[in-house]
Ligand binder design. Structure first.
Ligand SMILES: [Zn+2]
Ligand SMILES: [Zn+2]
Length: 340
């Protein structure tokens, strides 16, 4: 497909998703072109996708950064990418092992290199995703029941229709989960790897421990684009109940030295600029220091979770308006401190 036609298609996809017309039923993703041949693929809400995926169309092949939360959502991703290009997907990079970035891995054949950090492969081989899957299948039915009650109680017809749509997506997700077979990367990276495909250079960089024990960044130096997974999500703190918060803050520092303008992170829309790296480092350090002090005083996790005060960061992270934070985040920091 030539560039003009491709842009037209991408624009139509965007319109379809925004207005909820028939187009959106056929496509599960909205593509946002970042630079020529580099796209962010954001779920349009018709199927549970969870994460934001990056699509890089090279001279002969395609590289995809992360898979979606289920095999079915990832099949839909592959089908949607065919509206952009006929070239084959040859590389998939998992930015980390979390299910919302890897649970579509199984749909790819052996001709596709699924690239992940050596620790991400080990975590999946050791069964972390299998355990999570079991838990998700247990925890999902009550959340579906709760959503159903909200639909029944909703008086506003517009809001009710939205909730009904969410309920349908959630129910379908419950079914789609069942075919998941956790599938590790078939190519591992320890420190870094560079792919040269056609005229494009793609650097895959392990920044050190952060959001997980095996995060990867995907960097296109010529295009000044970086894909950061959940290691850095711009104006969102993302999921904080994982990782190594003190090392995370330190390992964000070298990111500032990379020459980039555009960022596709693992969740939410793409963005530009790097000033929020500093805010996030300050946030993580504050979270870590306060929690460590409570840990060292022997304060129980549940109590500590009500006392950690991150409200001074609310100018950057609007969800920290009141004192206290997620107990699972505090439990994770206590676990890291206890294991050291
Ligand atoms: Zn994650
Ligand atoms: Zn994620």
């Amino acid at each position: 497909m030539n560039r003009g036609l491709r842009l037209l298609v991408a624009g139509m996809i965007g319109l379809g998703a925004a207005s909820g017309v028939a187009n959106a039923q056929e496509l599960a993703h909205r593509f946002i072109e970042i630079v020529p041949d580099v796209y962010a693929a954001v779920g349009n809400g018709t199927i549970q996708t969870q994460d934001t995926v990056a699509v890089v169309i090279n001279e002969h092949d395609v590289l995809v950064v992360d898979t979606n939360i289920t095999p079915e959502a990832t099949r839909r991703l592959v089908a949607d990418i065919k509206t952009l290009t006929d070239k084959p997907i040859r590389y998939v990079v998992n930015t980390h092992w979390h299910y919302d970035h890897t649970d579509g891995n199984q749909i790819f054949g052996p001709e596709v290199q699924i690239i992940g950090h050596v620790n991400a492969r080990k975590a999946i081989v050791d069964g972390v995703l299998a355990a999570r899957l079991e838990l998700a299948l247990e925890e999902l039915p009550p959340t579906i029941d709760a959503l159903q009650s909200r639909v029944a109680a909703e008086q506003d017809p517009t809001r009710r229709a939205e909730l009904e749509q969410q309920l349908a997506v959630r129910r379908a997700y419950g079914e789609q989960l069942k075919e998941t077979v956790p599938t590790p990367p078939n190519m591992t990276v320890t420190d870094r790897l560079t792919i040269y495909s056609g005229g494009r250079e793609i650097q895959i960089i392990h920044p050190g421990p952060g959001h997980s024990v095996g995060d990867l960044l995907v960097y296109l130096p010529a295009e000044r684009v970086i894909m950061t997974g959940d290691f850095w999500e711009g104006d969102r703190t993302g999921a904080l109940r994982f990782g190594f918060h003190d090392l995370w803050a330190d390992n964000l520092e070298p990111l500032k030295d990379l020459d980039f303008e555009h960022v596709i992170s693992g969740h939410g829309p793409p963005f530009t600029g790097k000033e929020t790296i500093g805010y996030f480092q300050a946030f993580l350090r504050d979270l870590w220091e306060q929690t460590k002090a409570l840990h060292d005083q022997g304060v129980p996790v549940a109590d500590a979770a009500t006392r950690v005060d991150l409200t001074k960061h609310q100018a950057h992270y609007a969800n920290f308006r009141t004192v206290g934070t997620d107990e699972r985040t505090i439990a994770r920091i206590y676990q890291v401190l206890d294991e050291r």
